[in-house]
Design a protein around this ligand. Structure first.
Ligand code: NI
Length: 420
């Protein structure tokens, strides 16, 4: 399958160039005029379109889009235990599937091709991703102080069911240190080692989590997780807001990837992660939206905007986290954390996950700087076309793999059920 994307705008050093991108079987084979012998099965006209590597959302909870705007402006633990969880308890697998598909629709509309999901309903986000052509790393949020074997067994069954889908991968996900006891954390860690899977964990998200861990274990959450040996697995840690200097050294030493969720952390009153310091220490920083119950949107452009601005402001340094670096966080760094090879750059030999942005809009004119336009000007509505693994999943803002009329009908039914 050959795809030719014509006349798109790409960076050329400090300048911009207009060029073609040729794709064969999901891989970018040529940037520049395609070979005369390149017979395109499909041509995308990219006039006045900026081509960017499609985003990797490194931390989300797909099903929770069904809970959007259900609990807001509450203290963190009240939001989680009284706002979100009672509604979550009433959801079933099919409803979780529609919530996940709603997340897919929103992310595709905003140029995101890949997500890392922590769920409660096995199979549903994998199904949604496979149906609409997204890449996903899926994990069941494991909670427990009872050994939690049933939840682990659910996870193993899900892995077995989806192991042949090449764009669906798995991690094991101990939800957090305050929802898993020590024995369960150790058990999950050893299962991950046995299966060669990475770990996906919420870590040091709130002051309450940090202070409780100091009180109960005499060390920080990061030190606690390190002391249990979890970081001997390839680990993706979400949030990492409350960190000491020693914590940052530990994350760097063990090669832990950090999925920062700037908007969720702000909205839940949890603070601002020390991303500038993590990046300086050599930690692989990536970006997540977290769920639509805490954000309340899954818009990576918006996260990029916050990511660049927050850390300039809090460090009193306008050179902190420049736009180009932030785009790496949102693309290639996320792909690395999730174990996708050669994903997250528009280069020959890399995966053809590409979003095209309309530049014929006021906020994109004049178009002087590629990275500044993406991080400081875009709101995401410019996303016009999305290609994932060489396949067009959105063209001229129309979703090609999702029936939105049916989707919205099902979502409204869920809201009627949950809220009445
Ligand atoms: Ni989360």
């Amino acid at each position: 399958m050959n795809l030719l994307i014509k006349n798109v705008i790409l960076p050329d050093g400090d300048k911009l160039k207009t060029t073609d991108i040729a794709v064969t079987d999901g891989i970018i084979v040529k940037i520049g005029c395609a070979d005369e012998n390149f017979k395109a099965d499909e041509i995308i006209e990219g006039n006045n379109r900026l081509a960017i590597p499609a985003f990797v959302n490194a931390h989300t909870h797909m099903y929770m889009s069904a809970l959007r705007n259900a609990a807001d402006d509450l203290p963190f633990m009240e939001w989680l235990f009284n706002g979100v969880m009672p509604k979550e308890d009433r959801l079933n697998g099919e409803q979780a599937y529609w919530g996940s598909l709603l997340s897919c629709a929103e992310m595709i509309k905003r140029g995101c091709a890949t997500f890392c999901d922590m769920h409660l309903f096995p199979g549903n986000s994998a199904k949604a991703a496979a149906e609409c052509g997204m890449r996903a790393v899926v994990s069941r949020g494991l909670v427990g102080s009872d050994g939690g074997q049933k939840r682990l067994d659910d996870q193993f069954a899900e892995i077995e069911e989806w192991k042949h889908e090449k764009n669906i991968k798995f991690m094991l996900a101990p939800h957090a240190i305050y929802t898993c006891d020590k024995e369960y954390l150790l058990k999950i860690s050893s299962e991950a080692k046995r299966l060669g899977l990475g770990l996906n964990i919420h870590l040091s998200e709130s002051k309450a989590e940090f202070n409780d861990c100091m009180r109960d274990n005499g060390c920080t959450p990061t030190e606690y997780v390190a002391s249990l040996g979890l970081f001997e697995n390839k680990t993706l840690a979400a949030h990492c807001v409350q960190l000491t200097e020693n914590d940052i050294s530990l994350l760097a030493k063990y090669g832990v990837s950090v999925a920062s969720n700037p908007k969720s952390n702000l909205k839940l009153g949890n603070g601002i992660a020390p991303i500038y310091q993590l990046d300086q220490a050599g930690v692989n920083v990536c970006i997540g939206t977290d769920s639509a119950a805490s954000n309340n949107s899954l818009n990576m452009f918006s996260e990029l905007n916050y990511m660049t601005l927050l850390h300039k402001g809090t460090n009193y340094d306008s050179t902190a986290i420049p736009a180009k670096k932030a785009l790496d966080f949102a693309t290639v760094n996320g792909a690395k954390a999730l174990g996708f090879e050669k994903l997250g750059k528009i280069e020959e030999g890399w995966a053809a996950d590409i979003a095209l942005l309309d530049t014929d809009v006021p906020q994109m004119m004049p178009l002087r700087n590629y990275y500044a336009a993406i991080c400081y000007c875009c709101d995401g509505s410019e996303t016009d076309t999305l290609i994932i693994d060489g396949k067009v999943v959105m063209k001229n803002k129309e979703l090609l793999t999702i029936d939105t009329e049916r989707l919205y009908y099902e979502i409204n039914k869920i809201v009627d059920f949950l809220d009445n």
